[in-house]
Structure formats: structure tokens, C-alpha cells
Design a protein around this ligand. Structure first.
Ligand SMILES: Nc1nc2c(ncn2[C@@H]2O[C@H](COP(=O)(O)OP(=O)(O)OP(=O)(O)O)[C@@H](O)[C@H]2O)c(=O)[nH]1
Ligand SMILES: [Mg+2]
Ligand SMILES: [Zn+2]
Length: 391
């Protein structure tokens, strides 16, 4: 492939398989790295809940292949940080001392794109300050005037939240432990199917799901409470909250404190409002009713933030649609916790639970032990995942 201008001095990267933690020299890093707890994971809270016992057949591939540079760059120059925001292809990286704006080394970017794992918020990265990277400053910082770097290595991911968007896999966040699925009791309308969709994705990405229905002040007929009862019955941690009256916030704070979580859900359900109500120091922008009516999103950039009470949280822009990415139809049953114990009782070993005779899941639906709405969600997603072109 022809390279523009710059000459042939720089050698191409070399692909190697390494244990990132053991083999690489320690990067420069400050003792008070604010993201350190984030990097070290949720060690304190590895409590197991029954909802985590789901068989994850469709494990997302986690490659440790990285690109090393043979152009004389010493490991000692590499700094370590966490991606706290993405602006297009530019990553904002926090190394504990300061923020950097980083591009991704071209070879690494190509490789990550091929694996459909582009750099995302929450990624552990190693980067070179632009002065030692051999690349020229690109003036990517803009008005903020932050130092520039080039990401050379992206660490292995413990978890990741993905969706399909614009025929691509969009990795919303990496290395978070808990995903809070936020809906509103009303405004926007509570959609159960969307909860199920997020749940599948959260299980797929190996996070622990939590279901939160906000705007409880709009739950006049108790519908939202009854929906939550269904999910609580399945073993999920559930919260009915009101960001304006602070109802249910103490319990939610207890759930999130000391952990790394991500809030996901449609636009206007009150994700940023909840974060502000839990920690006023975050001062996030929240939308107005007009924004909601016009379908305008308030949060536009996914951001990793630190709670004043300990732990981290990722605020995401609302998504009207949530298309699953890379879920095979036969994988779905493992993400429906109430199906798992029944599957072995189906007459056919490869039962899809959609049309077969002697299906234990269908029998349970008829008997009312599996909620009809949940089964309906399963069938819709099964069909959709079957139709999805493999790419
Ligand atoms: N009545 C009521 N309104 C709320 C509650 N929580 C948030 N709101 C309002 O809902 C609107 C949307 O809130 P946001 O926090 O911006 O919603 P968001 O989910 O972050 O939206 P995006 O950033 O677009 O994804 C704002 O006008 C809030 O004041 C609540 O518990 N009850
Ligand atoms: Mg928001
Ligand atoms: Zn079956």
C-alpha cells in the first residue's frame, strides 16, 4: 500500500502475542491516579448473584495481539491511562496527572477495526506523547490546548457494551462492571421490550445488569412498579426512582458506590438527572421537555466520571433504538435467565423455542411461569438475530 509522502524510514509494526501486564515495562504513572480504581476493576464487589450464572456461549473474542513498534521507541516513554471520552476518532485519555488528547496508531486502528473493537471509553491504553512518537502534532486538542499523544496499545477488556449502529459494531463502553438500564415510567413511554434488549446486550458483554425505572412520579397506575416486579422476580436488582423528589436514590447509590457502572437507556429518561441527583458535583447538562418532544439528545458524548462517594460511572447519550450486535440466534436462550433451567427439558436438543413441538419454554409460557412479554421479546430478537447478515 502506498504511503503518502513521509518516506520509508519508519518500519511497520510487528504483531506479537503478549501478556500485557507481565511483559511490558511499567509505564510512568502518578500515585494518585484517579482512574486507578477503575483499572483495577470491581475487586471489592465480586459478589455473585444468580443472574450472573447465565451461560455465555457467544463470548466476545478478546485478543491479546498487539502491535509493537520497531522504530526505537522505548517502553519507558509509554504512559498509561484510561479513555474517559471519545470525540470521533480522538480519545481523551486521563493518566492521573492530566488529560491528553490521543489519536490511535494507524496500524493498531486498522487491526482494532477489523476485530470490530475500536477504542472506546473505559479502555486501558498505553500511549506515547507526540514528541516521542515520531508523529507530528495535529492540533487535535482545539480550544482546550491539551497535550497530544498516540495510543500504541489497548489493554484486554474485562467487559464491553456493544450495539449495532449504522451496520457497524459500536462499542459503547469497556471495563465497566454494572450496567444500569434506565427507563422512565412515562415521558418517554416505558417499553418493556427495550429493557429485554438491553438485558441481552449486558449479559453478552459480561456486565451485571440493574434495572432502574425513573420518573416514578409519573407512575400513577403502578404499571412501572409491576414491570419492575417482573424483573425483580427474575433475580435482577431493580430500582424505582425519581430524580426530582429523590425517591429511591439512597438504594441506588448504595448499589453504585465503589463500583464502575454505565447508565444506558433512551434519551430523556433522566440518566444525567440521576447522576446529578446522586452527586451534585458532576453538574451534567440535562434536557428540557422541548428537547424530549423534538427528539433532541442532551448528552452527546459518552463520558467516564468519578463519583464523589467512590467508584466510577459512564454517562451515555440516549439511544432510541438498540440493535444487538454479533448475537447469534442460538446464543439468545442463555441470556434469558428464566429459560436456562428449562432448556434441557425441550424434546429437541437444538430447540429454538419458537415453533417446535415439546418445547419446555413454550409450555412454561402457556402455564404462565414465563411472562408472555418476555417470551415475545425473545421471539422478536430471535428472528432479528437470524436475519442479521454475518459480516
Ligand atoms: N418528572 C420527572 N422528570 C424528570 C425526572 N428525572 C429527570 N427528569 C426530567 O427529564 C428530562 C430529561 O432528563 P435528562 O437527565 O437530560 O435525560 P437523559 O436520559 O440524560 O437524556 P439524554 O442525555 O438525551 O440521553 C429533564 O427535563 C429532567 O428534568 C424525574 O424523576 N421525574
Ligand atoms: Mg443525558
Ligand atoms: Zn424449546
Amino acid at each position: 500500500m502506498a504511503k503518502k509522502g513521509k518516506g520509508s524510514k519508519k518500519k511497520a509494526g510487528r504483531k506479537v502475542r503478549v501478556d500485557l501486564r507481565k511483559n511490558r515495562a511499567k509505564a510512568v504513572r502518578d500515585k494518585n491516579v484517579w482512574t486507578r480504581g477503575f483499572r483495577d476493576g470491581d475487586i471489592k464487589h465480586q459478589d455473585t448473584k444468580n443472574v450472573e450464572q447465565v451461560r455465555a456461549k457467544g463470548d466476545l473474542s478478546r485478543k491479546r495481539t498487539i502491535i509493537t513498534q520497531d522504530d526505537g521507541v522505548e517502553d519507558g516513554h509509554l504512559r498509561e491511562g484510561v479513555v474517559v471520552a471519545m470525540r470521533g476518532r480522538v480519545a481523551e485519555v486521563d493518566d492521573g496527572e492530566k488529560r491528553w488528547v490521543c489519536t490511535v496508531r494507524r496500524l493498531l486502528r486498522t487491526r482494532l477495526m477489523k476485530e470490530r473493537h475500536p477504542v472506546t471509553v473505559g479502555d486501558d491504553v498505553r500511549f506515547l506523547p507526540v514528541e516521542v512518537s515520531g508523529e507530528e502534532s495535529r492540533g487535535i486538542s482545539g480550544a482546550q490546548d491539551l497535550p497530544e499523544g498516540v495510543i500504541e496499545v489497548v489493554g484486554d477488556r474485562r467487559t464491553m457494551l456493544v450495539r449495532r449502529y449504522d451496520r457497524r459494531t459500536h462499542v459503547l463502553a469497556a471495563n465497566v462492571d454494572v450496567a444500569v438500564i434506565v427507563m422512565a415510567a412515562d415521558q418517554p413511554t416505558l417499553r418493556r421490550h427495550l429493557i429485554d434488549r438491553y438485558l441481552v446486550s449486558v449479559h453478552q458483554g459480561k456486565m451485571r445488569p440493574v434495572v432502574c425505572i425513573n420518573k416514578s412520579d409519573f407512575d400513577r397506575d403502578g404499571f412501572a412498579a409491576s414491570v419492575l416486579d417482573c424483573y425483580a422476580g427474575l433475580g435482577y436488582r431493580c430500582f424505582l426512582t425519581c430524580a426530582t423528589t429523590r425517591t429511591g436514590l439512597d438504594a441506588l447509590q448504595e448499589e453504585l458506590s465503589g463500583r464502575t457502572s454505565v447508565l444506558v437507556g433512551p434519551s430523556g429518561v433522566g440518566k444525567s438527572s440521576l447522576l446529578n441527583a446522586l452527586d451534585a458535583g458532576l453538574s451534567l447538562q440535562v434536557g428540557t421537555l422541548t428537547d424530549l418532544q423534538r427528539g433532541r439528545h442532551t448528552t452527546t458524548t459518552t463520558r467516564l466520571l468519578r463519583w464523589a462517594f467512590g467508584g466510577y460511572v459512564v454517562d451515555t447519550p440516549g439511544m432510541r433504538q438498540f440493535e444487538l450486535a454479533d448475537v447469534k440466534p442460538e446464543e439468545l436462550e442463555a441470556y434469558f435467565v428464566e429459560f436456562v433451567d428449562l432448556i434441557s427439558e425441550c424434546r429437541f436438543a437444538d430447540c429454538s423455542h419458537t415453533h417446535e413441538e415439546g418445547c419446555a419454554v413454550k409450555t412454561a409460557v402457556e402455564e404462565g411461569t414465563i411472562a408472555a412479554e418476555r417470551y415475545d421479546s425473545y421471539c422478536r430478537m430471535y428472528e432479528e438475530c437470524s436475519a442479521e447478515p454475518r459480516y
